[in-house]
Design a protein around this ligand. Structure first.
Ligand SMILES: [Zn+2]
Length: 166
C-alpha cells in the first residue's frame, strides 16, 4: 500500500484504531475508536477500550461525563470532551503507545500507519508538498517545526524505528 501523503490526511483520520498503554497493566491495549466528528450518541455506541493482557475493558458510554457549562438557570450541563492533537487517545485520555521523546519535544502516533506517515514526512519533508493546496489541518501542518529540520532527520528516524519495535 502506498503511504498516504502527510499533507492530505489529518490526525483524526487515524482514530479508528488507537494503540494505548493499558492504565491497569501498562501493556499495549486497544481503543476501538470512530471518526471524531460523528454525533456523540454514535461515538458512545461505537467506541470502547479493551486490554487483551489483563482483560480490562470499558465502553465509552459508561465513562463519566464532565460538566461543560452551567446554564443561565444554574443547571449544569454534562457532556464528553474529546482530547485532540495530544499524546493521549481522544476518548478515554489514555497514554498513546507510540510516543517518541526527542530532544526538542515529543511526537506521537495513534497507530503504526500513523507512525509510518510521520516517518515518511521526516524522510522527505518538502518534496511531498509540491502542487498541493495548503491545508491548515493536515497532519504535516500540525507537526512542530523541529520535526522537519534536516539536522534532526537521521536522529528522528532512528527514534521512530525504535518505538515501532515496542
Ligand atoms: Zn491491561
Amino acid at each position: 500500500m502506498k503511504t498516504p501523503n502527510p499533507y492530505t490526511v489529518t490526525n483524526s483520520d487515524f482514530t479508528h484504531h488507537i494503540d494505548v498503554v493499558c492504565p491497569r497493566c501498562d501493556k499495549k491495549a486497544l481503543v476501538k475508536g470512530a471518526h471524531l466528528y460523528l454525533p456523540m450518541a454514535d461515538l458512545e455506541e461505537k467506541v470502547s477500550f479493551s486490554c487483551l493482557s489483563c482483560g480490562y475493558n470499558i465502553k465509552y458510554a459508561n465513562t463519566p461525563k464532565l460538566t461543560v457549562y452551567v446554564n443561565s438557570k444554574g443547571v449544569p450541563k454534562y457532556s464528553r470532551l474529546l482530547h485532540l492533537n495530544t499524546a493521549i487517545d481522544p476518548f478515554f485520555g489514555f497514554t498513546l503507545w507510540y510516543i517518541l521523546e526527542a530532544n526538542d519535544g515529543i511526537l506521537w502516533a495513534y497507530n503504526k500507519e500513523h507512525l509510518s506517515i510521520i516517518e515518511h514526512y521526516i524522510a522527505a519533508p518538502l518534496r511531498e508538498r509540491n502542487g498541493l493546496p495548503h491545508q491548515n489541518n493536515s497532519l504535516a501542518s500540525r507537526l512542530p517545526k523541529w520535526v522537519s529540520a534536516a539536522k534532526n532527520r537521521d536522529y528522528l528516524l532512528r527514534l521512530i524505528a525504535r518505538v515501532r519495535q515496542k
